[in-house]
Design a protein around this ligand. Structure first.
Ligand code: 4AD
Length: 531
């Protein structure tokens, strides 16, 4: 018995599966093998598609011609600065509020542009000190520069800073706007600016475009906050009588173990990027007493986590003639005082801060900080179902390193700052002073903050020469390149201690930023060295 299918030409494709695109790509020979009905149907569809694409092409050509004509017309329109008007004082946006009803000139970048008809434009202008609504009217909206004005162009605007009658103007001074009488283009932008990324683009795209992302209100607020926070650290140190020193960051010694050292060819020698300025800072105490530095440190961290960078800014301090208890109080004083200072500086700019932090106010930290020994942390983990290996439910034992994840889980559960103290010597760096009452332990401290985890690492420093020589040996370190560090123990040694605070982690804790890369201008982590 024959079927309909049997009557089709043998090579005829399955109509259900064939697409118009497949048909349009077929040669005449291939088409001739289709049944007459099918060929007719596909030819009709092909013609329809061709008509549509021709119409689209014509529309594009018409639009291009209209645009060219519009630009030609725009070229004929010239606006001029009216010299009979009162002189305009050049200002930054942040200072505008003092100049209501006066004629001013401001420079900035077009943050946002909206048109309300051909002859009424609103520009949100940004100059990095604030945002101001600009109103352009009449021919000011019709020049060639206006027709080719895109977001991020740099412009200069002259006009009167006035109350916005409709009260709709946003920006740094809501309810006020600049009624422009003249404007000029300083540096044009390009039409592709809106296609480069959106705020929801994936992090890699956003990092590739970091130089432009930084202009956004959130990223620029974080950078401004970072500057304020850094300033508050300096204020704290100067207020407490510290001297700022600048140790080298190209070094030939390690400080925090070989596994995270970046090495490079330093002319004829081997060099490292410093992991910490601590060893050099220690040599400063006999020169200037309490001292600090704010410099980059480098770690070749293999793992990519939301709190690890390859380059971070390290706030480090050293103090002579102190006890371990003094050190703990010093760290507590630093963190609380800096948070207070930041809070006070931000009082007048709280809106910007809240925008940057995603609405979280600066946390108030309860003093004194909880102090917990390493031994008690192991006990806490055992009693609260925080496992060394969650799969096998293996418990932590004394001597185990408590890695980042369980440490953060414990901190988040306790939900207040924890000073984790007295770590076993086997887990810590060679230079740490041992506890008098238990030589297995060190006079060491990590400050853990909820949400971020470890923000500060510090310790008392080994100050006995023989003990230090023994420590080099135990770590398999050649003491020769450390002669200047060892000499501190030879010429007037003394008990001393210090700490290092990761600026970016601190910023994350303070502003509620989830990922550390967002606290940096141009973050460096594995896989990212540009831009
Ligand atoms: O605990 P760490 O490794 O201590 C030291 O480097 C000491 N030499 C500091 C000193 O006593 N002067 O690092 C101190 C702090 C950490 O608590 C953390 O905040 C930050 O530096 N840190 C990092 N931040 C971002 N990315 C990394 N890869 C970091 N490694 C350390």
């Amino acid at each position: 018995m024959s079927t309909v299918a049997d009557n089709k030409p043998a090579e005829e494709p399955d109509f259900q599966k064939m697409t118009l695109d497949t048909f349009m790509k077929m040669s005449d020979d291939e088409r001739s093998k289709l049944s007459a009905t099918a060929r007719k149907k596909w030819i009709k569809l092909e013609k329809k598609a061709q008509d549509k694409s021709r119409k689209e092409e014509e529309a594009r050509e018409r639009a291009a011609a209209e645009n060219a004509a519009r630009l030609e017309r725009a070229k004929q329109i010239k606006i001029e600065l009216d010299l009979s008007l009162p002189p305009a004082k050049q200002l930054k946006i942040r200072d505008l509020s003092k100049y209501v009803d006066q004629r001013v000139k401001i420079y900035g970048w077009v943050h946002h542009l909206r048109t309300d008809g051909k002859k009424l434009w609103f520009i949100d202008l940004r100059d990095g000190t604030g945002f101001a609504q600009i109103v352009l009217t009449g021919e000011m909206c019709m020049t060639y520069e206006a027709a080719t004005l895109y977001r991020e162009a740099a412009i200069a605007v002259y006009g009167k800073w006035v109350k916005d009658e409709k009260g709709r103007a946003q920006g740094t001074f809501p309810g006020y706007e600049l009624a422009a009488d003249f404007w000029e283009l300083v540096g044009p932008s390009c039409a592709d600016i809106d296609m480069l990324f959106t705020k929801d683009s994936n992090p890699d795209i956003l990092m590739n475009q970091r130089h432009l992302v930084l202009r956004g209100s959130k990223a620029s607020s974080v950078m401004r906050m970072r500057s304020i926070i850094t300033h508050c650290f300096r204020e704290h140190f100067f207020d407490r009588g510290y001297t700022e020193l600048s140790p080298p960051t190209l070094v030939n010694t390690q400080c925090e173990g070989g596994s995270t050292l970046f090495n490079f060819n330093y002319f004829e020698d081997d060099g490292y990027l410093t992991q910490s300025s601590q060893l050099y800072l220690e040599t400063g105490i006999a020169a200037v007493n309490d001292c600090f530095c704010i410099l980059p440190s480098y770690r070749a961290e293999k793992s990519q986590t939301r709190r690890h960078l390859a380059e971070f800014h390290h706030i480090e301090a050293e103090r002579p003639f102190i006890t371990f208890e003094d050190l703990l109080e010093t760290i507590e004083d630093l963190v609380c005082d800096v948070i207070d200072r930041v809070g006070k500086k931000m009082e007048s700019d709280m809106d910007t801060f809240l925008r940057a932090s995603g609405g979280k106010p600066i946390p108030k930290l309860e003093r004194p900080f909880l102090r917990m020994t390493y031994e008690d942390a192991v006990k806490y983990c055992r009693e609260h179902g925080i496992y060394k290996d969650p799969e096998t439910k293996e418990h932590f034992e004394f001597g185990d390193d408590i890695p980042e994840k369980p440490e953060r889980q414990m901190t988040d559960e306790i939900n207040r700052p924890i000073m984790l103290i007295k770590f076993p010597a086997s887990l810590k760096s060679f230079y740490m002073q041992k506890c008098d009452d238990d030589k297995r332990l060190t006079e060491s401290v990590d400050l853990l903050l909820p949400g971020v985890g470890e923000v500060v690492g510090g310790s008392m420093r080994m100050w006995d020469m023989d003990e230090l020589m023994e420590a080099y040996k135990k770590e398999g370190m050649d003491p020769a390149p450390y002669y200047w560090f060892t000499d501190q123990r030879k010429y007037g040694t003394c008990p001393h201690g210090g700490y290092g605070l990761g600026l970016e982690r601190f910023i994350c804790a303070l502003l509620g930023i989830h990922h550390i890369r967002d606290a940096c201008l141009y973050p460096r982590y594995r896989g990212r060295i540009a831009p």
